[in-house]
Design a protein around this ligand. Structure first.
Ligand code: SN0
Length: 317
């Protein structure tokens, strides 16, 4: 695998899911693969699961791992072409990425969207420039529009938990939040589910429809209760508006998943990528109850990252 930035970098999604599950069975089976190889993890935004799971994934493969919080510990990055750098930015991405590429065999990059200019965010300018100048394989640790390692772990979790022989109904359900949140996790989840053997239904209030580039004809309902009927999995996630880009349009009263809402489903398992705002996005009772998969999902992040790094080390798709 040259780079891992979306589901489109994967030739056979089902085979990758199987590989994740194999690694979960024997995480230390490829200890020598990463010997004398260096993984650099570069963060421009906060992280808990992505940082620790990807670091551990590298270590399980015998890699050396370096982590840098570039937003706090690095020089302020410039990304524009041809600018006179007489302002606050100190170092151009051309040099910064090229230098990191010298030190690392694989680089992971996290960079959230700014949620101000839709065209700019959806062009994935920073990630693309980073790939261009680093010249080594790059893993997205969540970019402006996607979070592919999360979606891979989510798909693995659904495969593990689904009732065999039945195509599961998976509902991606928008949740309330107090601040503008990226569309990445939702975009990416929709994009990966389209490649899986599931029935995907998306429930969100009016004004929150995701880009069709990601939803690709999935059913979108503005009535959450209708969407939840017979659901086997409910994936809870807030996102800000794509149409009124980056805006919070409603307080979303009545959209939090509670036990009452779960009663409408087929005893659905409940998923969330975390971090979750308790009592706002998801009720305490559901998070603490038997239907929650959130910790198992986070566990699968490790093996998802490991499968991707393994393929990069092997040079396989
Ligand atoms: C990020 C997001 O893209 O949704 C990262 C998720 C893995 N989440 C947040 O920014 C949550 C921030 C908050 O204040 O709740």
């Amino acid at each position: 695998m040259k780079h891992f930035t979306s589901v489109h970098d994967v030739q056979d999604v089902a085979a990758l899911v199987d590989e994740v599950l194999q690694l979960k069975q024997s995480p230390y089976a490829h200890k020598s693969l990463g010997q004398d190889k260096t993984l650099g993890l570069i963060f421009l935004n906060p992280s808990l699961r992505t940082r620790l799971s990807t670091q551990k994934a590298g270590m399980n493969l015998g890699m050396n791992v370096m982590v840098m919080n570039l937003d706090k510990e690095g020089w302020a990055l410039e990304t524009q072409e041809g600018v006179i750098m007489n302002g606050t930015t100190v170092e151009h991405i051309k040099e910064a990425a090229a230098v990191m590429g010298q030190y690392c065999d694989i680089i992971g990059l996290r960079s959230f969207p700014k949620l101000q200019d839709r065209e700019e965010d959806y062009s994935e300018d920073l990630l693309n420039k980073f790939i261009q100048y680093a010249k080594v394989p790059v893993v997205s640790l969540e970019s402006a529009t996607r979070h592919p390692l999360q979606s891979l772990a989510d798909l693995v979790t659904i495969k593990e938990q689904k009732v065999s022989g039945k195509k599961p109904k998976v509902v991606l359900s928008w949740a309330p939040h107090i601040k503008p949140i990226p569309q990445c996790v939702a975009n990416s989840f929709a994009e990966w589910m389209q490649q899986a053997d599931v029935e995907l239904v998306i429930a969100n209030p009016e004004g929150y429809d995701l880009s069709e580039e990601f939803t690709q004809g999935a059913q979108v309902l503005h009535n959450q209760n209708e969407a939840l009927e017979g659901a086997d999995f409910v994936y809870v996630k807030n996102w800000s508006s794509y149409e009124n880009y980056g805006q919070v349009l409603t307080d979303g009263e009545g959209w939090m998943i509670t036990n009452e809402k779960l009663a409408l489903t087929n005893n659905a398992k409940v998923m969330h990528c975390l971090p979750v705002r308790r009592g706002l996005e998801l009720s305490h009772e559901v998070l603490d109850g038997p239907n929650s998969l959130v910790i198992e999902q986070a566990n699968n992040r490790l093996y998802a990252a490991q499968a991707v790094l393994k393929r990069m080390l092997e040079g396989n798709n």
